[in-house]
Design a protein around this ligand. Structure first.
Ligand code: SF4
Length: 108
C-alpha cells in the first residue's frame, strides 16, 4: 500500500486476500487479473489512485498499465482523477436513481 488514502479504501478491496503476484502479470494473465476487479466495491477509488499517483505497473481498477497510459494521454489536463471519477459515479447514480432511491438501501 502506498499512501494514507489507499489504506482507507484498500480494506474493501476484492483482491485484499489475493496473491499480489496475480495483479502484476503480463499478457493473457492480465485478463484473469482484470476479472478480479469486476464488481470490486472500491474499483473507482483504486483506479483513481493509480492514475493520480501515475502508478506504472500492475492491474488497478480493472485497467492494465497500458490502458492507464492511454487514458492519461487522452486526458492530459485532468488534475484529480479521484474527483473526476467520483463525480462521474455520482452522476451515474443520480441518473440511474432519479428519485433518490437506492436499491441497496431498501428495507424489507
Ligand atoms: S479494483 Fe481490482 S486491483 Fe483494485 S482493489 Fe479492486 S480488485 Fe484490487
Amino acid at each position: 500500500m502506498i499512501g494514507e488514502d489507499r489504506e482507507i479504501w484498500g480494506e474493501g478491496a476484492a483482491c485484499r486476500t489475493a496473491d499480489p503476484d496475480e495483479l502484476f502479470v503480463d499478457g493473457a494473465a492480465q485478463n484473469r487479473a482484470k476479472a478480479l476487479c469486476t464488481g470490486c466495491p472500491v474499483r473507482t477509488e483504486c483506479l483513481a489512485y493509480a492514475l493520480d499517483h501515475r502508478i506504472e505497473h500492475g492491474i488497478w481498477g480493472g485497467m492494465t498499465e497500458r490502458d492507464r497510459r492511454a487514458l492519461l494521454r487522452r486526458r492530459p489536463l485532468v488534475t484529480s482523477w479521484r474527483r473526476l471519477l467520483e463525480a462521474a459515479r455520482s452522476e451515474h447514480d443520480r441518473l440511474a436513481h432519479p428519485d433518490g432511491a437506492r436499491p441497496w438501501e431498501a428495507t424489507g
